[in-house]
Design a protein around this ligand. Sequence first.
Ligand SMILES: Nc1ncnc2c1ncn2[C@@H]1O[C@H](COP(=O)(O)OP(=O)(O)OP(=O)(O)O)[C@@H](O)[C@H]1O
Ligand SMILES: [Mg+2]
Length: 633
Amino acid sequence: MTEEKFTFQAEVSKLLDIVAHSLYSHKEIFLRELVSNASDACDRLRYEALTKPELAAGGALQIVIEVDKKARTLAVIDNGIGMSREELAENLGTIARSGTSAFVHELAAANADNDKKKSKGDDVALIGQFGVGFYSAFMVADTVEVVSRRAGSDAAWKWTSDGKGEFTLAEAERGANGTTVTLFVSKKEAEYLEEARIRTIVKTYSDHVGLPILLRLDGKEETLNAGAALWTRPAKEITPEQYTEFYHHVGHMFDEPWKVLHNRIEGVLSYTNLLFIPSAPPFDLFDPDRKPRLKLYVKRVFITDDCEALLPSYLRFVRGIVDSEDLSLNISREMLQNDPKLAKIRSGLVKRILGELKKASEKDAEGYATFWDNFGAVLKEGLYEDFSSRDSLVPLCRFRSIAGDGLISLDAYVEAMKEGQQAIYYITGEDAEVLRRSPQLEGFRARGLDVLLLTDPIDEFWLPNLGSHKDKPFKSVTRGAADLDAIPRSDAEAEKDKAADAETPGIDQLVAALKMALGGAVKDVRTSDRLTDSPVCLVAAEGDVDIRLERMLRQARRMGGEEAIARILEINPGHALIKALAGKVESTGAAGADAVKDAAFLLLDQARILEGEPVADPVAFATRLTAVMEKGV
Ligand SMILES: Nc1ncnc2c1ncn2[C@@H]1O[C@H](COP(=O)(O)OP(=O)(O)OP(=O)(O)O)[C@@H](O)[C@H]1O
Ligand SMILES: [Mg+2]
């Protein structure tokens, strides 16, 4: 019999190295992974047998765990779909999942760098999400042997490896289709050959599997699990631990689910849903494909976990399964996407999930705040993607604002609006704490006006789309005129100042001089009612995009190389520096523009820096700053 040698893909070798050296706790999960693969293989056989009934000739699907203590082997045997020679090499020699290679690099780097070393728990959680799956067998085995025969073929193949960089493939014998994974258990892991240990592991991690799992040991055979898919059992017979295990299994998650939604819907269209809302964000939440990860079953037969029609993208953080009797088993995965029944199920699921969130938002502010921090940015995508659910989504949204540290809803904002306030004010940027210090907010704070701090890129998209809430338009505090005159400042002292500001001598000449000095570098220069403490700030003209949005669009390459949009420079007539400059311009007359030229550009650069923008000309900036400092010293 000829044997051929292969080397693992580089990522697999790295992964095996990490698996072998850093996961000394939780080794028992290897059995869960192998059982889960066996169960997946049976699911796939069932699905293929829908169109090729001859494949189902192998009899009832089941998983057997066979232990031979003398030989120190543990085998997981299934009669599922099996693998061809090519599939063995591909599936057990490379990492197919896209994110996994990146993860391996990250983990390898973290392990090399002791300071950044993650705790073991984190490693396990990550590995679960990325699906080290089969390779976890090498945590307990010196050698792993896989004999497999693809359903519909007579040829069987044997894959063997000690997990150290190479594997071999050779012809083999197998009576029927399916796969046998045999672990030659290493001496120090002998506990995994003990009946009691295996029984506990299966009960803990694999009880939800919808197939019988048999243990064959010392000539005895017994069934270890309930053998009915978890979602088919009555909710009151299911323990929280069982739900959690199932969630870990279907969701590739390792946290405790925040919410479990297990329902049976009877009617024109009947289905069961077992859905989970995670308590921690999955790693792929912001993957560009934005795919929902629900698994679809039809009459207990697994159909697909890649069904975009089942749940909208903005609910992609939800994990779990849907099983319906009323979808056709003969329909192809592609046609399924357009099935009107599926659309009905989808809208039922959306209602159910949003209803649950509403309940939580009203009854459990703290839990909901955590949910919001995890998934709010994703949920907000629904505001412009799903008009039919908008009315349910808006009340679910929460925001940080300058009034406090907590989260508020739009309703609460509108309720707290001040006399004379016409708009819902907001400011956008990357970081709430940086935003809180923006000079543009000074005038709002002085008037006791609240401003929403919007820090998710998605905010730039739904805001213009939603436009207003309860007839109050959204208004950016960094765009257009602030129009704050109508609203009195809350401190009497400030009111006095303000009256005086209007009369700052030379202020009009200063504005004119600044305009002349700056030329095309700004769109306009004007006095501001937005500022109380800072001398200047930049704002966008009414019809222009906000400064931060412009930056974001350029980063995302949605805006090309055209010239940067000129902004409006607002000056604070009450500020000592501005007053001094105004006095200077007034006294110098026609030469005013020249007298303040350096100051003009320094003020503009300062305003740009506050916006997180680079200064236009660093050399000129440094020269001017030096000159001014020289005079000041
Ligand atoms: N018992 C089996 N029968 C058929 N194919 C299998 C079996 N075990 C593994 N495979 C194949 O090997 C691949 C790799 O398995 P592995 O457990 O590493 O990843 P996965 O199952 O795809 O992902 P995860 O385990 O994270 O869900 C599987 O996708 C499957 O194609
Ligand atoms: Mg697997």
